[in-house]
Design a binder for this molecule. Structure first.
Ligand code: 6R9
Length: 657
């Protein structure tokens, strides 16, 4: 983006709004006056939110921003994060409440009460301490969605060690980079993991990753696949320990120590589109305050009544903030599911919702579109009447997917909260409040009470209604990142240099205001195309394509074009048996986009493909599609969830399908 005041063409013309029912609004945790309360005195507001937690020592100052961009929240306060997520619920008489309904992929289940969680976390904390892990040490965790993953994270928090969770599907090279950068002392993993009905090795990959790793002293191995896994689990005698042998013999008593509010809680690496991944650092008091506050208000969570399910993996920030910390601080009862959504059948999620009477369900647009592709007749077979709030996170949600979600999963009445936030923000920042906001399909709408976000132009000046530009966060917030691990320069450069004079945090996302002042996220700034001088978001064209009855999923890239700068190239997956994908069908799609957005947005080329390349967190890798669109050799595919997808796409195109 080089020109001033980028006037993003106002291409999304969504005008449907869905106010909450009187019944929902009447019982909602968050009422409209929350905005005014926060505006009147932000620091007093956040101090009140921090009272959700149990502090050993109360803070003296709410916010210290004198060393910006390094914030300190609840300065002088001391607390134990694990105590807040576990023990205090037992002490208040809820030890018998189920914290986790765990569902294994092969169908095994385990219900864990708060009393049991306290025992497990205490034993794991004693186990780590027995290996010499102390406050400030780093423990890397590469585990699938098994209860031990949560026990391990909370055990680290309990003793003040930082966890560094590495997504279970990451390669040995990726794991090693994260272990080395954070200087992890202990690694926790499993023998193997169940994936689509098969047992796949984990420990073998970890061993490959750790060859010659200098900082790692011990590897703790959870037994999950056991004799279902082919071959022996590789073992290094003086380094490796079975979780069950080490943990089971520990005392069930562990006294949590109070740590400073700014004590580091974890590092989580985010892969930028290029270069080395960044270790995002989060700390304790502010992070837990905002994750708990948002979980309470955005999902309207009622402790002891709701059953909540966030489908993320703990390898991502959503799993950290909305499976582990926020929900457990709020005494949630939640489902944790180990497997993939179509194992053993495409109704697995709905079956689980029916069984556990899930009332709050939080997932990602990519999965919603996959469900659309599988067909509405699948969820129709299940009783989903327990659901009362649906959430979305991870990427912009197309209005079409939003409506499908509400109609087919939410019985046409549940509020949908489209939550915008990032690994760096730690917690939800922009979202409707389900009992207050008249929701709009496709828009995350407004910064939450206590949060301030703006859409600004190149110069950092806020744009007016209907205008577009960059999303910035102009005031510090409690769960904000406290740095990039070991790289202060990169922290300042990446987030704080773009609008240095104004002191804004630059999120890297394009956004616009509609005429009501609601925020629409338009994808990463580098996903905004420039066609003949018009700025068009890839999301907007994707949204138009997906609104056509024959299209299940679409990904759009801007390909270099000698005359127009960039030309729009679309990759589409067609629905079930809709059409054959011939010339006529493609022409119809081009015309549909022209009709929905305008002739300027008509894709230069539309390719029908069987799959789209996605990262393991479900984000479409447009870089690879750009390679195809520009007839280049396809680049590095190692971060794809399924690296064979690109072959499938390329061979399909060559054979003219
Ligand atoms: C929580 C998470 C962050 C990036 C962010 C943005 C995109 C997330 C979104 C959304 C539009 C939403 N994003 N939520 N875009 N609407 N509701 O996903 O963190 O993995 O760090 O990704 O995801 O582009 O900048 P993370």
């Amino acid at each position: 983006m080089t020109e001033q005041s980028p006037a993003l063409d106002n291409l999304l013309t969504e005008s449907r709004t869905f106010p909450p029912s009187d019944e929902f609004a009447g019982q909602a945790n968050a009422k409209a006056d929350l905005y005014a309360e926060a505006d009147a005195d932000r620091e007093a507001f956040w101090a009140k939110q921090a009272e959700r937690l149990t502090w050993d020592t109360k803070w003296t100052t709410v916010l210290d921003w004198t060393n910006a961009p390094f914030a300190k929240w609840f300065v002088g306060g001391k607390l134990n994060v694990a105590y807040n997520c576990v023990d205090r619920h037992v002490e208040s008489g809820h030890g018998e409440q189920v914290a986790i309904h765990w569902v294994g992929e092969p169908g095994d289940t385990r219900d864990i009460t708060y009393a049991e969680l306290k025992t497990e976390v205490s034993k794991a904390a004693n186990a780590l301490a027995s290996l010499g892990v102390a406050a400030g040490d780093v423990v890397a965790i590469q585990l699938q969605m098994v209860p031990e993953a949560i026990f391990a994270m909370l055990a680290c928090a309990r003793i003040g060690a930082l966890h560094n969770v590495v997504f279970g599907g990451f390669s040995p090279t990726a794991l090693r980079a994260r272990v080395d950068d954070a200087a992890a002392k202990v690694v926790i993993t499993s023998d193997g993991q169940f994936r689509r009905g098969k047992a796949a090795p984990m420990k073998a990959n970890v061993d490959e990753a750790l060859e010659g790793a200098e900082t790692v002293e011990k590897v703790i191995v959870v037994k999950r696949t056991g004799d279902k896994l082919e071959g022996d689990v590789p073992w290094t005698d003086d380094r490796d320990l079975w979780w069950h042998e080490l943990v089971d013999e520990q005392s069930e008593e562990h006294t949590p120590e109070a740590f400073d509010s700014e004590h580091p809680l974890f590092i989580l690496y985010t892969s930028g589109t290029t270069g080395k991944p960044k270790g995002i650092l989060h700390t304790s008091g502010g992070y837990l305050t905002q994750t708990a506050y948002t979980h309470h208000n955005v999902f309207d969570h009622k402790a002891g009544e709701d059953v909540y399910w966030c489908t993320a993996d703990i390898g991502w920030i959503t799993g950290h903030s909305y499976i582990v910390y926020g929900p457990l601080a709020n005494r949630v009862t939640q489902v944790v599911y180990e497997g993939t959504p179509n194992t053993p059948h495409e109704g697995r999620h709905w079956e689980i919702i029916q069984k556990y009477k899930v009332s709050l369900y939080y997932t990602a647009p990519t999965l919603i579109r996959t469900f659309m592709k599988w067909g509405a007749e699948i969820p129709e077979k299940y009783d989903l009447s327990s659901l009362r709030v649906l959430g979305s996170v991870g990427e912009p949600i197309n209005p079409e997917a939003w409506i499908w979600y509400r109609e087919n999963i939410g019985a046409g009445k549940t509020p949908i909260v489209d939550t915008w936030w990032q690994t760096e923000t730690g917690a939800i920042m922009i979202s409707p409040l389900p009992g207050v906001t008249s929701t709009k399909p496709g828009s995350a709408q407004k910064a939450l009470p206590g949060i301030s976000a703006k859409v600004v132009d190149d110069q950092g000046t806020e744009v007016g209604p209907g205008g577009g530009g960059y999303l910035v966060l102009d005031k510090p917030w409690p769960s904000m990142l406290r740095g990039v691990w070991g790289d202060e320069e990169r922290f300042r450069d990446t987030y704080w240099s773009r609008f240095k004079d104004q002191g804004f945090y630059f999120a890297g996302d394009g956004a616009k205001y509609d005429n009501d002042g609601d925020v629409w996220l338009l994808g990463r700034v580098d996903d905004v195309m420039n066609v003949s001088g018009h700025r068009i978001s890839t999301t907007e064209v994707e949204s138009a394509l997906v609104s056509h009855p024959t299209v299940a999923e679409a990904a759009v890239v801007g390909a270099t074009d000698p005359t127009t700068g960039q030309g729009i190239v679309a990759f589409v997956i067609l629905r079930g048996n809709a059409v054959d994908g011939g010339e006529e069908a493609i022409q119809a799609l081009r015309n549909h986009v022209a009709k929905e957005i305008g002739p300027i947005a008509k894709p230069r080329q539309i390719m029908v493909v069987p799959e789209l390349p996605k990262t393991r967190s479900g984000k479409i890798m447009r870089r690879l599609l750009r390679d195809v669109a520009e007839n280049r050799q396809v680049g590095d595919v190692t971060t794809l969830a399924d690296s064979s997808v690109m072959d499938l796409i390329s061979s399909g195109l060559k054979s003219g399908k």
